[in-house]
Design a protein around this ligand. Structure first.
Ligand SMILES: *Cc1c(COP(=O)(O)O)cnc(C)c1O
Length: 233
C-alpha cells in the first residue's frame, strides 16, 4: 500500500481520512468503526507510537510472538486482540495475554477457552467464518456456524460478540465486496435465529477496508496501512 516510507503519524492521518470518507458514503458514523492495528512482525515500540496517536486496539496473529512483545507495552490502556488461528494447547496462554479472541473457529477450541478462562472471567470472542470455498484457510465453515454459535452461547465464560473473516487476496479489492456483504447477512440471520445481538463485524484489511466499512465493518484490521510493509522472513 506504499506506506513503507511514511511515518506512523502520517499513516494514521491517511487512514482516518479514508475511514471518514467510507463511513460518509455509507451513511455511517466514522466513530462506529474501530481501527485494530495489526502489529505482527513489527517491534513493540511501533505499538506504543500508534497508541500515542490514539489507536487503542491492537491485534497479533501468534501467541508466541505476542508473548515476547507484551511486556514492552504493559500498562498501556489498550485492548489486545488475537486474530490468528489458535491451537487448543495454547488456549490458556492466549487467555492470559489477550482481551478478546477474534478467531474462534471450532467447538473444541471454544470448550477449551471456556474451561481455561477461569472463575469470574467473561472472554469476548468473535467467530471467524471461512467464506471462500476455494481456499483452505482457517475459520468455521458457514454450514457449521450455527452449531458453533449455539454452543458458545451455552458457555458461561465466553461472550459471543460477532463475526470475523479473512478473505483471500484478490487482484481487485472490489472482488471481496460480496464476501463482506455475505458476512453481514450471515450475522443478521444468525442473530435472529439465536435471538442474540452480535454487534461486531471484523472485516477489511489495508487494501480493502473502505469497502468493508461500506458493507458494515465495525472493526478493521490494519497492518501495512498503519505500520508499513512487513519484512518477510
Ligand atoms: C496480517 C493480518 C491483517 C493485516 O493485514 P494488512 O493487509 O497488512 O492490513 C489483518 N488480519 C489478519 C488476521 C492478519 O493476519
Amino acid at each position: 500500500m506504499g506506506a513503507s516510507h511514511s511515518t506512523v503519524a502520517e499513516n494514521v492521518t491517511a487512514i482516518q481520512e479514508r475511514v471518514d470518507r467510507a463511513a460518509a458514503r455509507a451513511g455511517r458514523k466514522a466513530s462506529d468503526v474501530t481501527i485494530v492495528g495489526i502489529s505482527k512482525t513489527f517491534p513493540a515500540e511501533r505499538i506504543r507510537e500508534a497508541f500515542e496517536l490514539g489507536i487503542r486496539h491492537f491485534g497479533e496473529n501468534r501467541v508466541q510472538e505476542w508473548e515476547s512483545k507484551a511486556p514492552v507495552v504493559e500498562g498501556l490502556a489498550a485492548t489486545w486482540h488475537l486474530v490468528g488461528h489458535l491451537q487448543r494447547n495454547k488456549a490458556l496462554r492466549a487467555i492470559r495475554l489477550f482481551h478478546t479472541i477474534d478467531s474462534l473457529d471450532s467447538l473444541p477450541l471454544a470448550e477449551k477457552l471456556n474451561k481455561d478462562a477461569g472463575e469470574g472471567r467473561r472472554l469476548p470472542v468473535l467467530i471467524e467464518v471461512r467464506l471462500d470455498p476455494t481456499v483452505t484457510k482457517t475459520g468455521c465453515d458457514p454450514a457449521e456456524l450455527s452449531r458453533l454459535a449455539e454452543g458458545v452461547l451455552l458457555m458461561p465464560r465466553l461472550e459471543l460478540r460477532g463475526l470475523m473473516t479473512v478473505p483471500e487476496l484478490t487482484a481487485d479489492p472490489e472482488e471481496v465486496r460480496p464476501f463482506f456483504r455475505r458476512l453481514r447477512e450471515i450475522r443478521g440471520r444468525l442473530s435472529r435465529q439465536l435471538d442474540w445481538l452480535m454487534p461486531e463485524l471484523s472485516m477489511g484489511m489495508s487494501r480493502d477496508f473502505d469497502i468493508a466499512i461500506e458493507e458494515g465493518a465495525t472493526q478493521i484490521r490494519l497492518g501495512t496501512a498503519l505500520f508499513g510493509t512487513r519484512q518477510t522472513k
